[in-house]
Design a protein around this ligand. Sequence first.
Ligand code: KG4
Length: 355
Amino acid sequence: SLSSSSLEQQTSCDDTGAAIVSSNRVVLSEAIHLQQHLHEPHGGIVPTLALESHAAQLPGVVRAALQQANLAATDLDAIAVTRGPGIHACLSVGMNAAKTLAAALNKPLIGVNHMVVEGHALMARMTTTKEGEAAFPFLCLLVSGGHTLLLVVHDVNHYTQLGTTLDDAVGEAYDKVARLLGIAWLPGRGGGAGAALEQLARTGDASRFSLPIPMRHASRAASMDFSFAGLKTAVARMVPALAEQEDDRWRADMAAAFEHTVIAHLTDKLRRAFRWTQQHSIPITSLVVSGGVASNEAIRAELGRLAGEHHVPLVCPPAKLCTDNGIMIAWAGMERLQRGFIDDYSIDIRTRWPL
Ligand code: KG4
């Protein structure tokens, strides 16, 4: 039963994706072209390479999404597209394609902020099957390579930011520490350096090194913000002496100590957030944790325990949906469409988009 469907294009950064979802939460198709092989030799995203690849791959990806769903473009109810944040040139490829498609088909156009409530947080609402899970309002922690955000999500387009990072994002800290430890990327989607560090940390002894838990000082303890730069620097200071050693075990032990400290920091601030919702009488239904770092099993286990203490479920969209993807944007477009948030064909992109 195809009551409503929304095609999305996701070209904010390094992958080119398109997906079709229905209003009854069924993913009808997903097509994606990955670019990791282009960027990995450079140790980061190269904008010109990303742009060329998006421009070359997007038409084929859109065609594939329609074919997989066995739909004609005229069957769609709306076209959703990533409006930002991201690299200007890359966003433009997707935005221009979406506008032209929507205008030619005479369909509503819906611009989506792929990072926050519209992207990650709403994804939990599509994937959860249990009654009440990820129902509004909920507490949401977004942890990715570019963002660390703690929010109360009251509804679509209505949220309160409780905290963010003062410096590096969590995923960024994972990536930088992985580089310091000389850990190679795990191949494939949703891998990256963070997943490789997690894997190594499982074999390590976290108690061997004592790293400072960020934001514990009295002057910052009440804040719900995060900080990861000092933790990374603490690791960086210890590495040179350790690298002299014959025995390589320190890498796994340092990975474990780093992860242990990240988890302690996240739980510190989440405890404050739970208290804040109680003080403001906001009856949150769930703790939603999303973004690339949310696929970390050690983090999930600890946050699950914390949610349990506060009598709400932990809801994490499946790991493969915790990375940038077309389904996420298609679903966010669907939620907006259902509330009548439709954009003009002349909307612009937003390379920086707070929340
Ligand atoms: O949300 P995401 O896929 O992309 C953006 O940041 O836009 O997040 C990617 C980030 C990377 O920094 C990656 O190292 C991190 O998420 N990450 C992880 C894990 N898997 C991915 N960090 C820790 N543990 C993981 N298992």
